[in-house]
Design a protein around this ligand. Structure first.
Ligand code: FUB
Length: 311
């Protein structure tokens, strides 16, 4: 039985690796995967949607994909668009989703801006974080507040971590710092002040935090300077955090954005990669696609560095 199990795991591993970038069965470009396993036993990815050949990350909607075998994926289509929002019309960036009391809370950054290509100093850009709710993990989601959670500071890349006692924490890039707030029970507002996180004095560029818990240890993971995936640990979800080093090196001097989740007893790292798309775009050789790798922990809870499987 043990041999059979090993063969099955090996075949599944090979299949996932062979599939990178993941085949969602649609031709859209994807990035910023936030993976979750909900009560129905499926694994869901809440993702950004890159417009073909886009420049400047002017993105307009978010997509959800799900699977029950890590090989066959369902594209559930766009779950929300900036066109559905009264307070933003651009920058549909890295989202996340949380589950509480029978409802799914889709948490997303969006904003407004103007780019003056002649006089870049005249350009403007603002981003905030909104929350949309649905009774289904695949939406459609409806903006539940009709406004961002706050206007100051500028904020993007939210990650919601729900602890075993049901308390929700929202982590995000807030005006240049990694910040955190405790969510109220409604998951539509925050309790008390937004807090700047102490990352041991180090100030990398602050996008894409992802927090998870394993064996009572909290892991704070990030694309350091938007590129190299690194991690910290703490005995509390609010830190103080201890730096441990690199999970995944950068590639093509381009951004990365990830999530980490356990599925059927196996830890997985989802991330995006800049894939060579040849002459598909006039000004760009590479575009983003979501990939996955298996993730392994050492006995002491540290994470083994992950290599990307072949493009
Ligand atoms: O996809 C838009 C932005 O690029 C994300 O919000 C960042 O994390 C980076 O991946």
């Amino acid at each position: 039985l043990k041999t059979l199990l090993t063969i099955c795991i090996t075949i599944t591993t090979m299949a996932v690796f062979a599939q990178n970038p993941l085949d969602f069965g649609s031709n859209i470009r994807t990035a910023d995967p936030s993976a979750h396993v909900w009560n129905d036993g499926r694994l869901y990815i809440y993702a950004s949607h890159d417009i073909e050949c886009q420049e400047d990350f002017w993105m307009k909607d978010w997509h959800i994909f799900s699977t029950d075998d890590l090989i066959h994926w369902t594209d559930h289509g766009p779950c929300l668009s900036v066109d559905d929002l009264s307070w933003a019309d651009n920058f549909a960036w890295a989202p996340d989703c949380a589950y509480k009391n029978g409802k799914y809370y889709f948490c997303f950054p969006a904003g407004t801006g103007f780019k003056d290509r002649v006089n870049p100093k005249n350009s403007t850009k603002w981003m905030g974080i909104g929350i949309a709710v649905s009774n289904s993990p695949t939406g459609p989601f409806k903006d539940a507040i009709g406004a961002p959670l706050w206007r100051e500071p500028y904020a993007n890349d939210p990650c919601i971590f729900v602890d075993d006692d049901g308390t929700g924490y929202i982590y995000f890039n807030g005006g240049g710092d990694y910040m955190v707030a405790v969510l109220n029970d409604d998951f539509l507002s925050v309790k008390g002040e937004l807090k700047t996180m102490d990352m041991g004095g180090y100030k990398p560029k602050r996008e894409g935090p992802w927090v998870f818990k394993r064996n009572n240890l909290y892991y704070y993971t990030m694309p350091e300077d938007n590129r190299v995936l690194t991690y910290y640990t703490s005995n509390t979800p609010l830190g103080p955090w201890k730096y441990h080093g690199v999970i995944m090196e950068d590639e093509h001097e381009s951004n990365n954005h990830h999530s980490i989740v356990e599925y059927n007893g196996q830890w997985l790292l989802f991330y995006h990669r800049w894939i060579d798309t040849g002459d598909a775009c006039p000004n760009r050789k590479r575009q983003r696609e979501i990939c996955a790798e298996y993730l392994y922990f050492n006995e002491d809870g540290t994470i083994q560095p992950v290599k990307r499987t072949a493009e």
